[in-house]
Design a protein. Structure first.
Lengths: 136, 108
């Protein structure tokens, strides 16, 4: 793409990632959550792929790395839902105060795990389709 | 296969219709016990979600607490469906490397 698009992408890319993690971490306080945060982070990587050549981007995150990231996030999700018992939930929630950032019990961790799952799925789709477009 | 069920096809239809009528009667009988739709305060699970979700999950965003904590298995299933679609896209657009030893017959 253009030089202008490349430079603007370089500047704005970390801020989009930061905004995505803000949405994920504040999911239990403000509108938003794991799905929206994952979509924002995935759109940041889509901008990166569109602005730069596919060969410049691909070595950072491979397909197998994305699948591994999703697997780890899904494992943590199952751990949070299933294995942590009711008593630990009560202890965790009673140690927190409402309306603070460190509140929400398991909801905050579930938001983070879901963010990793959604963002890895979107990045995987975008990379695959971009590869198909560059193949010729 | 012939001698497993001794009843003829007419008898099978009669049995099926009878079972369906019994099942419909059970469904209508159980529908009598449901609470009124759209009314708050009759002890349904929606009331519990509305009034106690901040105490149960500790999060003040009720929608987020339902989606990511109280209905967490549902959300995990959605994520699995979504990632299965992504893996399908990656599988359909993968690059097939040409085998190096396969051009022996073609080139020479």
């Amino acid at each position: 793409m253009d030089l202008i698009v490349k430079q603007v992408t370089k500047i704005i890319f970390p801020f989009i990632i930061l905004y995505g993690f803000y949405i994920a971490l504040h999911g239990h306080l403000t509108p938003g959550g794991g799905f929206a945060a994952g979509a924002i982070i995935g759109s940041a990587f889509a901008l990166l792929v569109i602005a730069f050549d596919e060969r410049d981007v691909e070595h950072k995150l491979t397909v197998h790395g994305l699948i591994d990231l999703k697997s780890v996030a899904g494992f943590f999700m199952i751990l949070i839902i299933g294995k942590m018992g009711y008593s630990m939930r009560v202890v965790l929630i009673e140690s927190q105060t409402l309306f603070n950032l460190w509140s929400g019990g398991f909801t905050m961790m579930m938001n983070l795990a879901g963010t990793f799952m959604v963002s890895s799925a979107i990045i995987l789709m975008i990379y695959s389709l971009e590869k198909e477009a560059w193949k010729k | 296969m012939k001698g497993v069920i001794s009843a003829s096809q007419n008898d099978q239809k009669v049995i099926m219709v009878g079972l369906l009528v019994i099942f419909a009667c059970v469904l209508f009988y159980s529908a009598e016990g449901l609470h009124v739709f759209g009314v708050i305060g009759n002890g349904s699970v929606a009331d519990q979600y509305l009034y106690e979700s901040s105490n149960l999950t500790g999060s003040t965003n009720i929608v987020n607490s339902i989606v990511w904590d109280l209905r967490g298995f549902d959300t995990m299933g959605e994520e699995i469906v979504f990632f299965t679609a992504a893996i399908g896209v990656a599988f359909a657009t993968r690059r097939i490397k040409p085998k190096k030893k396969s051009h022996v017959g073609r080139e020479k």
